[in-house]
Design a protein around this ligand. Structure first.
Ligand code: ADP
Ligand code: AMP
Length: 218
């Protein structure tokens, strides 16, 4: 199964991608995570991307397309993948179509996680993640079951993202509206778009995602 998750920053793409990965045994490809790893490792891509990410703008298409092309050729993507944070521009979407066509593959569905703007800022400002395994949490909506201990791996170390600050969030929401939202009609025209209500609770969103994916596969 090959999926794309679309939605503004903070909509819940990463949260749902982790569950889709667990449910279908497919790879979770978060281009934001790939870039943050490149920044931490000090690679050339990381050095190029850091200032752009801190400003809440988009990293150039050719950098992102190269990263994704290399990633989907890895063996763990053979059974499929869920893309989270890519494509974010029309050029990236067209490049993805071309990359998949070369491989004799295509997307099965594009899930739109729809969330009101007001909720996004609250979701982003309360977000944190396990420093060890990356499991996502929220100060108000998803605390670890045992305070201070990751549910998944037991680590006691958590991190917050540098770009989850109010001033950067505004730029990221603008980038989404200007450059990424136009992908909704692009995929609707291809008959791939499936909308889910991202305003519901996390478990309810997951239930709707799985139900709609099953229905689409029939
Ligand atoms: P994205 O990957 O789209 O930027 P995340 O999955 O990181 O978004 O979610 C942003 C924050 O909101 C996280 O802290 C997450 O725990 C929380 N969250 C995700 N989905 C929901 C939801 N349906 N209701 C409330 N909080 C949510
Ligand atoms: P995310 O973790 O998806 O919120 O991404 C964090 C940041 O990484 C974004 O604000 C961008 O600066 C950059 N980024 C991630 N994915 C892409 C992409 N597909 N195209 C351009 N920039 C990206």
């Amino acid at each position: 199964m090959r999926l794309v998750l679309l939605g503004p920053p903070g909509a819940g793409k990463g949260t749902q991608a982790q569950r889709i990965k667990a449910n279908y045994g497919i790879a979770h490809l978060s281009t934001g995570d790939m870039l943050r790893e490149a920044v931490a490792a000090g690679t050339e891509v990381g050095r190029r991307a850091k200032a752009i990410m801190d400003a809440g703008r988009l990293v150039p298409d050719e950098v992102m397309i190269r990263l994704v092309a290399e990633r989907i050729a890895q063996p763990d993507c053979a059974r499929g993948f869920v893309l989270d944070g890519f494509p974010r521009t029309r050029a990236q979407a067209e490049a993805l179509d071309a990359l998949l066509a070369e491989r004799g593959e295509r997307l099965d569905a594009v899930l739109e996680i729809a969330v009101d703007d007001d909720a996004l800022v609250e979701r982003i400002s309360g977000r944190f993640a396990c420093a060890q395994c990356g499991a996502g949490y929220h100060d108000r909506f998803k605390q670890p079951e045992v305070a201070g201990v990751c549910d998944v791996c037991g680590s006691r170390e958590f991190v917050r993202r540098d770009d989850d600050k109010a001033e950067t969030v505004r730029a990221r929401l603008e980038a989404y509206q200007a450059q990424t939202a136009p992908l909704l009609p692009y995929y609707r025209d291809q008959g791939l778009l499936i909308a889910v209500d991202g305003m519901a609770e996390i478990d309810q969103v997951s239930a709707e995602v799985l139900e709609k994916l099953e229905a689409a596969a029939r």
